[in-house]
Design a protein around this ligand. Structure first.
Ligand code: TNX
Length: 523
């Protein structure tokens, strides 16, 4: 009897020991591979464990919070084998808590905070977008296997402590050129997943160019029927119906990404000219174009029919675009006379305004008169960028030497161009938006964007190879404050974060600038 009692106590003691050990696993939040790096991280002892019985407590407007809980569940379900039960609550209690504060002074805030103690984890924000970013951070705090397609035998632990976070810039974007090579709705959704995972909030779609017109315009059906037929290299091309475009817009919205559609005018219009000869000064349709030269096409800016065309296109596009901006291109119009270009860009901005939207244009637009509230996207000419600022326009910075995702990493990269620069992983990271163009200060900068032109980009694998690890640099520059950014910290986090890309089967570039050997880093 005494022996068995002793035995009983001994096993109980060992049991308690094992239990308390597992509860006391320490995870240092500062060593987590969170990209972009949050503003403030405070570390505490211990960890929080997510299990099948962890609830998600919805604190605040349930109709707004449920979709966020569903999004989180969809992200974790395959790897964990469970979904968490979401329930309305009035105060934080054990489990994961989504707290929507809705302070009316902060209606546009994207800030969030996360507080983690052993039994409970609270993500708080003033807006749903803020909570969405908090969820992205939580997903990065969980083990990388959380992204696996099948059930993993992993303890889902998160380090305890506090994170406070807020973005540096309001406009945080990437661009996908679907004109040079067409990408279908499923591919675009994947790109939306990628950008939103790193807290970017805009996806600019370059919908038209010399090689293809990719958006259905019902009043000018040949734009797509003729102009959508091919692409660079002569492949079959394609286009989005208005319903498909709507599907993209809605999917993006569910991830707090606004679609910025671009109709590139008055140059880069060979596909439109091939479809409608009346848009051309000589009334003849050129052949469809499948090469990669730029700067040879232009709409005939003297013809009224051209402005009727622009009006119809912008009207239909504005009606299916909830975002406040339409991008009207304006770059490399080498075949348009300067005075014609200015007249055309001025009139087109008015058309956009008449349809209730504001215009964004590539930096050449600043040689015209910017309407109030319109935006200049700097890509090449510092002089144009400064002209934009002098006209009180906001600037999106996309310096080709730093942010062009289509540039080769080095001369051996299997795809990409190099007219602006070779952009290695470190070069993409090591620049400051508010120091890049002398005279352009933080208050002039609306944000930054990384454009992916697709002359040499054909498959999803190609997109991933050029985006990773440079999209993460753009995200960290756009989000993390300047004094918190440091190449060494970023490159170490990247190396760890590559485990996520491995799990997700994302084809990233193994840059020699990064030490990918985790064991070496940890020493
Ligand atoms: C310049 S950037 C272009 C594009 C090309 C790109 C290739 C800009 C406004 N125009 O038409 O696709 O270079 O890198």
């Amino acid at each position: 009897m005494i022996r068995s009692l002793k035995y009983y106590f001994a096993t109980l003691f060992i049991g308690i020991l094992i239990l308390s050990c597992s509860e006391d696993i320490n995870i240092d939040l500062k060593k987590e591979d969170i990209i972009p790096l949050p503003r403030r991280i405070q570390v505490a002892q211990g960890s929080f464990e997510m299990t099948a019985s962890t609830p998600i407590n919805l604190l605040g407007d349930e109709t707004k919070l449920r979709p966020l809980a569903e999004y989180f569940n969809a992200q974790i379900a395959k790897a964990t084998g469970f979904e968490l039960t979401a329930r309305s609550k009035s105060g934080a209690s054990n489990g994961i808590n989504l707290f929507l504060e809705e302070n009316t002074d902060n209606r546009f805030s994207e800030d969030y905070s996360i507080e983690v103690v052993k039994q409970n984890l609270v993500i708080s924000a003033d807006t749903e977008a803020g909570l969405f970013y908090g969820i992205q951070t939580l997903l990065q705090m969980l083990p990388p296997e959380i992204h696996a397609d099948g059930v993993q035998d992993v303890q889902w632990l998160v380090g305890t402590g506090t994170i406070r976070d807020r973005p540096s810039y309001e406009y945080r974007g990437a661009m996908l050129d679907v004109a040079r090579h067409f990408f279908d709705v499923a591919d675009v959704k994947k790109v939306i997943d990628y950008v939103s995972a790193y807290k970017l909030n805009r996806l600019h779609l370059h919908l038209t160019d010399d090689q293809g017109w990719r958006i259905e315009i019902k009043s000018w059906p040949d734009l797509t029927a003729v102009g959508g037929q091919t692409q660079v290299g002569g492949g079959e091309g394609g286009f989005y119906t208005q319903e498909q475009y709507q599907e993209i817009v809605d999917y993006a919205a569910s991830r707090y990404v606004t679609i910025v559609p671009e109709i590139d005018l008055p140059g880069h219009t060979n596909a439109a000219l091939a479809a409608y000869p009346e848009l051309n000064c000589n009334n003849q349709s050129p052949d469809l174009y499948t090469g990669i030269e730029v700067g040879f096409s232009t709409l005939c800016t003297d013809k009224e029919i051209v402005y009727e065309f622009v009006d119809d296109v912008i009207r239909e596009l504005a009606a299916m675009t909830p975002g406040e901006y339409i991008h009207i291109g304006g770059d490399e119009s080498h075949a348009t006379k300067k005075e014609d270009y200015i007249k055309f860009m001025n009139r087109t901005q008015e058309i956009v305004q008449n349809h209730g939207k504001k215009s964004i244009g590539w930096d050449e637009i600043a040689t015209a008169s910017m309407l109030e509230g319109n935006v200049v996207q700097f890509w090449a000419s510092e002089e144009n960028a400064k002209k934009g600022v002098l006209q009180n326009a906001k600037l999106i910075l996309s310096p080709a030497k730093k942010t062009y995702l289509d540039m080769q990493y080095d001369s051996t990269s299997r795809i990409g161009l190099h007219w602006a620069a070779y952009i290695e992983a470190d070069s993409a990271y090591l620049w400051e938006p508010d120091e890049y163009v002398p005279g352009i200060k933080k208050e002039n900068i609306y944000g930054i964007e990384g454009p992916l032109w697709t002359e040499t980009v054909i498959t999803m694998d190609d997109i991933e190879y050029l985006m990773f690890p440079r999209l993460t640099a753009i995200a960290e520059i756009a989000w993390t404050s300047k004094d918190n950014r440091e190449w060494e910290s970023y490159s170490e986090r990247l190396a760890k974060h590559a485990e996520v890309w491995d799990v997700k089967d994302i084809n990233y570039y193994q840059s020699p600038k990064i030490n990918w050997d985790l064991e070496e880093i940890e020493q």
